[in-house]
Design a protein around this ligand. Structure first.
Ligand SMILES: *Cc1c(COP(=O)(O)O)cnc(C)c1O
Length: 337
């Protein structure tokens, strides 16, 4: 039998859905803390300590029909006990891909970075949002410092940036900024007020460039794919030809997305030559360095990005070669006004 006090505290902790009280194990702070501690131990043992062990499996692979039966994924009206929840946590880890495994090879991943992981534990625990200084004083300064450093690596005098949920979003924001710069009416009058826009990227570009053109109402037909050489780099003479073709057709070229580190071949477009063409035709130069941007930190390889300081905007994902946790993607812009 519950005494009055216990019942009160349980009612306080129960979840109210549509007027129905769900009496699950909505934890009071003491048992909640204990639960988090238990889960932390499981994470330490099953994820982190096993991360460097090549004799462990990368994943206990199961087809979806089987996995659905192995996991208890049904969302119920009643809660679950702590032992059951701990078991579920174990199951999640058991059947997931261990991205820190030394034999896990995939785009984006390069093993474990303990410091990046520790930092993420802190941000997850604090659950901040970087919208105002009031709510995130430290992280706001961290954001500022990191963006400033990235801008220094690009080689701009000033500039600004923002972290996004993906390089794809960075590419779309860049396209949107360029369009606004050349056709500020777009903001209030929408697409009806502007000529037919055309943008350029190489045939080896990331698919997000085409997607962004679709999302922004520019249209995928207005993405001109420039031929690449046999190493996958955009051929500048072909770009020049296509810009002239678009002009002859009566369209309005406005944007070039060069790629620094293409998805399939890892090619770096010749940025200086492309920048010359952009200057000549007054086009916004965006560099999609989502993958290859981190080569800027290498004394040996930064020459691959020679000319990047001439870009108007750069997409750069530190979660790729820099080992930051996913997602960590920045869009950087030269003009901060
Ligand atoms: C990874 C990548 C992207 C997209 O990044 P997401 O974070 O997956 O949206 C775009 N362009 C290039 C060249 C990339 O390597």
């Amino acid at each position: 039998e519950m005494n009055n006090q216990q019942e009160k505290s349980q009612r306080k902790n129960a979840i109210l859905v549509d007027g129905v009280i769900l009496n699950g194990p909505v934890a009071d702070s003491r048992s909640g803390e204990k639960f988090v501690e238990e889960v932390s131990k499981i994470i330490m043992e099953e994820v982190i300590k096993k991360a460097a062990d090549a004799t462990e499996k990368v994943c206990e692979w199961q087809p979806p029909e089987k996995l659905r039966t192995l996991l208890d994924l049904e969302l119920k009206d009643t809660g679950e006990s702590h032992p059951k929840l701990l078991q579920l946590c174990q199951d999640v880890i058991q059947f997931s891909v261990k991205t820190y495994h030394p034999r896990f090879f995939n785009q984006l991943y390069a093993g474990i970075d303990y410091y990046s992981l520790a930092a993420r534990f802190i941000t997850e625990a604090l659950n901040p949002s970087v919208y105002t200084y009031e709510i995130s004083p430290v992280f706001l300064l961290v954001e500022e410092a990191v963006l400033k450093k990235m801008i220094e690596y690009i080689g701009w005098e000033g500039g600004d940036g923002i972290f996004n949920p993906g390089g794809s979003v960075s590419n779309m924001y860049a396209m949107n900024l360029a369009r606004y710069k050349y056709f500020p009416d777009i903001k209030e009058r929408g697409l009806s007020g502007i000529p037919q826009l055309v943008l350029f990227t190489s045939e080896e570009c990331h698919y997000s460039v085409k997607k962004a053109a679709s999302f922004l109402g520019i249209g995928t037909q207005n993405v001109y794919f420039i031929k690449s050489d046999d190493r996958g780099k955009m051929i500048p003479e072909e770009l020049e030809k296509q810009v002239q073709r678009a002009r002859k057709e009566g369209s309005a070229p406005f944007f070039v997305s060069a790629t620094a580190g293409t998805t399939v071949l890892g090619a770096f477009d010749p940025l200086n030559e492309i920048a010359d063409i952009c200057e000549k035709h007054n086009l916004w130069l965006h560099v999609d360095a989502s993958w290859g941007g981190s080569a800027l930190l290498s004394r040996k390889h930064r020459k691959l990005l020679h000319g990047i300081h001439r870009a108007n905007s750069v997409a750069w994902n530190p979660h790729k070669m820099l080992m930051a946790g996913i997602q960590c993607c920045a869009l950087l812009v030269k003009d901060s006004s």
